[in-house]
Design a binder for this molecule. Structure first.
Ligand code: NAD
Ligand code: SER
Length: 317
């Protein structure tokens, strides 16, 4: 009988980690998925196996991996685009050295599989903005984007040089109702739903026509599980795959919300995140995911909007 390999999710308390841990536990059993984060969580509030871990502490990472006989790691701990601009040296340290700590354990043969997410932030102002191809000009202008691009190069290098199994997706902006976003430029697309229900108004920190690639969280979790479950030979790209859901501007999502909340009003006041958004693509060509391992998103803007509002309303009851 196949014995399930133990999984460690680092950065488990964040926007993606919260939902990914839940899904991995459904699939592989709660006893096989260890959640870890730098956040201390009191024992009585832990919902499964939990370890406090600062990913920059390689010794503690080794201890946890050894204690739980971990073979597979999902490394989600990072500073996102907006937060990273506030402390570039720390963002570089966390985003790069956290990755090295995990890649080196795979190189030593301790881990058999690693998942590490990249982002649309690897692209920059000189990248073609529409239907951005997998292979194109990549000159990111944010600390976050530079760290993700360097991370992609290192993942591919480790795979080629040390024959390890690392898989990665360039997530677009992710939108979900179960957990709060953690300091990204695309976070407005989550906040807008909360404010629409609470106050009926939202002041957006991006201008009305700033279109960005986005994805509903259930699709992002599915893509993550799919790429990790695919046969290794099918994963042809070992830097990171372009991944697409749908694209919209603040004005377009505002109009979609208005179909459900007719009095909803959106106003615009751009801040420093505008220039980050302006440097990113408006839409992404992810045809390689379809060719290599059969990816297809389930949600478009109307389906996501209806589902977000339904779930947030139910949550508030
Ligand atoms: P998040 O900020 O919501 O969560 C990150 C988690 O990492 C937090 O719980 C935080 O406490 C934890 N963390 C921070 N420093 C740590 C450390 N030193 N050691 C251990 N844990 C630490 O981020 P997220 O949105 O869940 O993103 C997860 C990953 O996905 C990141 O690599 C991010 O770059 C990538 N990504 C996210 C999006 C998105 O829209 N959410 C899009 C593209 C890529
Ligand atoms: N959603 C992320 C951000 O805005 C993109 O990686 O930082």
């Amino acid at each position: 009988m196949h014995r399930q390999e133990k999984i460690l999710v680092i950065g488990s308390q964040g926007q993606i980690g919260t939902e990914l841990v839940e899904r991995l536990r459904e699939i592989y059993g709660a006893e096989n998925v260890v959640a870890a984060d730098v956040k201390e969580i009191p024992k009585d509030q832990q919902s499964g196996i939990y370890e406090t871990l600062d990913i920059l502490n390689a010794k503690r990472l080794h201890e946890i991996v050894k204690t739980h006989a971990i073979k597979e790691v999902y490394l989600l701990a990072a500073l996102l685009s907006a937060t990273a601009e506030k402390d570039p040296p720390f963002a570089w340290d966390l985003n790069m050295n956290g990755l090295f700590n995990v890649l080196n354990m795979a190189k030593e043969g301790i881990l058999s599989k690693v998942y590490w997410p990249s982002s649309i932030a690897v692209f920059g102002p000189t990248t073609p903005k529409k239907n951005t191809p997998q292979y194109t000009i990549m000159e990111p202008s944010t600390v976050y984007g530079i760290s993700k691009q360097a991370g992609e190069r290192w993942c591919e290098y480790y795979v080629n040089k040390f024959n390890i199994d690392v898989r990665s997706l360039r997530y677009p902006g992710l939108i979900g109702w179960k957990s709060a976003p953690g300091g990204g430029t695309t976070d407005y697309a989550v906040h807008i739903f909360h404010e629409a229900l609470k106050t009926g108004t939202y002041e957006c920190f991006l201008s009305e026509n700033t279109a960005l690639p986005m994805m509903y969280m259930p699709d992002a979790i599915k893509a993550t599980v799919d790429i990790m479950q695919a046969e290794s030979a099918k994963i042809k790209i070992r830097s990171s795959y372009n991944l697409a859901g749908f694209s919209f501007s603040p004005k377009e999502i505002g109009l979609e919300i208005r179909k459900h909340i007719p009095d909803f009003k959106i106003t615009y006041k751009s801040d420093f995140r505008q220039s980050i958004a302006d440097s990113w693509p408006q839409s992404i060509d992810d045809s390689q995911t379809q060719i290599d391992w059969g990816w297809k998103p389930g949600f478009g803007l109307p389906e996501m909007t209806a589902d977000m509002l339904l779930n947030l309303r139910n949550q508030k009851k």
